[in-house]
Design a protein around this ligand. Sequence first.
Ligand code: AMP
Ligand code: ZN
Length: 113
Amino acid sequence: MPDCIFCKIAAGEAKARIVLEDEDLVAFLDLNPQAPTHVLIVPRKHIPSLSDAEPGDAAMLGRLQLAAGKIAAQLGVGDGFRLVVNNGRKAGQAVDHLHYHLLGGRRLQWPPG
Ligand code: AMP
Ligand code: ZN
């Protein structure tokens, strides 16, 4: 396994406040929330960034997005949330394991910073 904090969380080897998990993904609360609801949705498969995803990942990526909608509804933000992928350092990616940020619970500005 790569030395990767999100792989460790997915494997149960590092602590996280998990809100949903299934065979494809684990979703857990962000340690440094940027909104009242801030969940990270992470594939179990170690993919460093969205740019590294391959055609064979398409169905799994679709299921991640479906999970985002389900989690948003469960957490009471189904009527207004944002799903964000920071891809690469210039976009603010700090953890090199693909993750979707699910943000909600406050008014979200556009354009994002
Ligand atoms: P990014 O900047 O898009 O790579 O986002 C990484 C996110 O992971 C940040 O919002 C961090 O607060 C969050 N994060 C890093 N380590 C952990 C952790 N162990 N548990 C929960 N969230 C984390
Ligand atoms: Zn990983």
